[in-house]
Every structure is written in structure tokens, then in C-alpha cells.
Design a protein around this ligand. Structure first.
Ligand code: ATP
Length: 281
């Protein structure tokens, strides 16, 4: 599919949900000195798909890890601002407690347990749950990912990149989350598989009401499936808006969708000072 063709596809219309996750003006510092997030704010509405966009090193993963409280192991810390879920601060919750509250992160790079089978991987996702319903959840995951059912007895390490991404999302779904933080699901996957995975994300969002905060470098695909988007550059949100508006914005087309009035152009070709001047003016 060409950029022009994909841009013609209908964007999702925004859900009217209340804000469920709120990131308010956070700063993140690694190793006590490296300031990476410089006052990031964003809101995730209940039942929506929110995209966090930006190039390499913009701060997308750091934002997700700040929300999930996963920065400590990387000598990172939130030094300013606040993060709330359902109106309550979550900064002091460990990741397992956060999962019990309904928020789970699917890490970049899939991170399956490669020596376990696909089904064993999925079952580890139910670890934080109490009570029954695990079998039903497994069937639900297989309903959305029939490919995982076919591969359920295969060792995860021997499955394809797309199957591992499905397994990682399916494992997150086993925790019965209300909100999934999904880091770079398109990474390293062929375009057709990327579409397939985003279609499933959309279906899970629409049918299960799961909210998504989706970090993506693939702006084109993300803005077709998201309702709302934030664009990060060098640790700052430089633009946000309804996905359909961002798709029509000239700067976004030029720098992130590889299109310009003169023809196709990558945002990497544009000198960063010029981009920043335009974004911030
Ligand atoms: P990518 O798509 O390449 O993963 P990103 O937008 O997710 O990029 P981050 O991974 O959040 O960006 O990185 C933001 C900045 O923080 C980068 O400059 C990166 O080098 C730096 N960074 C990330 N992790 C660490 C760390 N553990 N220690 C020091 N600096 C880090």
C-alpha cells in the first residue's frame, strides 16, 4: 500500500471516554544527569487508542516506562510532575500492583520466554490474577489470535517475529487489563503483519473496551488506527491532536508520513533545527 493510498483510509473517530490515565508535566533523568523527558503531559481516554509518536530517541519508551514504574532498573527516575490512573497517583506502585489496577505494558522487542511454549507464555500473563476465568481468557486470546492457537505447543523462541508480537500482546491480555501500554508493535515486522496486528488491537479496543497507549515510530499506520496522537521530539510534546487532523497536518505529512508538496521526503532529511523552529513557532 502506498502512503497516498493509506492516507485515504478513514481515521478512527475519537471516543467520548473520560480520562483514565494522566501524565502531567513529567521530567525523567537517567543516571542522575541525562535529562530525557522535559515536561511531558498527555491524557489517555477510557476506551480510546492514543498514539505516542516520534523518531528514534524521542522519549516514547521512557514515557511508557515512567508510567509502568520500570525506570529504576535503568537508573532512571521521574524527577518532576505526576502520573495518575483513575485520578490516583501511581508513582509508588510496583509493576505487579499496577497490573492489578488494570495497567500493563507490552515491552518493545516482544520479550517472550523463548524456552516456554506459546501457551505457557500466555499463562504466565495470568500470574497476578486471583480467582478463576483463566481458561476463558485463554480462549478469548485464541479468538483474537487464531495463529497463537495453531502454535500453542510450539516453543516461543522458534516462532516468527509476528507470532512473538502476538504472543506478547496475548500474554498482556491474560491479565484482563483495562489499559495496555504497547511499545512499538510494528518493529521489525513486514507491512502486512503490522496491519494484521493493528487490526487486532482495534478489535480488542472496540469489543473489549481496552484502552491503548501506543508508542510507535510508524506514524502512518498508528494514525490510521489511533483516535488521538501526541508527537514527541527530544523529550517534549511538540504537537497533539485528533488522529485525523494530524494526518492532514502539513508538517506531519512532510516529516512523519514522508510526503511533501515537492514529493516524497523523509523527516530525517530535514535539519532538526528547522523542524524544531516550525514545530515550536
Ligand atoms: P526508540 O524508538 O529508538 O526506542 P524512543 O522514542 O522510545 O526511541 P527512548 O528509548 O525513550 O526513546 O530514549 C530517549 C532518550 O533516552 C534517548 O536519547 C536514549 O538514548 C536515552 N536513554 C534511554 N534509556 C537510557 C538509559 N537507560 N540510560 C541513559 N539514557 C537512556
Amino acid at each position: 500500500m502506498t502512503d497516498a493510498a493509506t492516507l485515504d483510509a478513514p481515521a478512527q473517530s475519537a471516543p467520548a471516554g473520560e480520562t483514565i490515565l494522566e501524565v502531567n508535566n513529567i521530567e525523567v533523568i537517567y543516571n542522575h544527569v541525562i535529562l530525557v523527558l522535559k515536561g511531558v503531559s498527555l491524557s489517555v481516554p477510557k476506551g480510546g487508542i492514543t498514539a505516542l509518536l516520534g523518531g528514534n530517541g524521542a522519549g516514547k519508551t521512557t514515557t511508557l516506562k515512567a508510567i509502568s514504574n520500570l525506570l529504576h532498573s535503568e537508573r532512571g527516575e521521574v524527577t518532576k510532575g505526576s502520573i495518575t490512573y483513575r485520578g490516583e497517583p501511581i508513582a509508588d506502585l510496583n509493576p505487579a500492583e499496577l497490573v492489578r489496577r488494570g495497567v500493563i505494558q507490552v515491552m518493545e522487542g516482544r520479550h517472550c520466554f523463548e524456552h516456554l511454549t506459546v501457551e505457557e507464555n500466555l499463562l504466565t500473563g495470568a500470574y497476578t490474577r486471583s480467582g478463576g476465568g483463566v481458561k476463558e481468557s485463554l480462549e478469548r486470546v485464541y479468538h483474537y489470535f487464531p495463529r497463537l492457537k495453531e502454535r500453542r505447543t510450539s516453543q516461543a523462541g522458534y516462532t516468527s517475529g509476528g507470532e512473538q508480537q502476538m504472543c506478547a500482546i496475548g500474554r498482556a491480555m491474560m491479565a484482563n487489563p483495562e489499559t495496555i501500554l504497547l511499545d512499538e508493535p510494528s518493529m521489525g515486522l513486514a507491512p502486512q503483519l503490522v496491519e494484521q496486528i493493528f487490526e487486532i488491537v482495534k478489535e480488542v479496543n472496540e469489543k473489549e473496551g481496552v484502552s491503548f497507549l501506543l508508542a510507535e515510530q510508524n506514524t502512518n499506520v498508528a494514525l490510521r488506527y489511533a483516535h488521538y496522537g501526541y508527537i514527541l521530539e527530544s523529550g517534549r510534546v511538540v504537537m497533539d491532536g485528533a488522529a485525523k487532523d494530524l494526518r492532514e497536518n502539513q508538517d506531519v505529512k512532510e516529516f512523519y508520513l514522508g510526503m511533501s508538496e515537492q514529493g516524497r521526503k523523509s523527516f530525517r532529511d530535514v535539519r532538526s533545527y528547522r523542524r524544531r523552529k516550525r514545530w515550536l513557532s
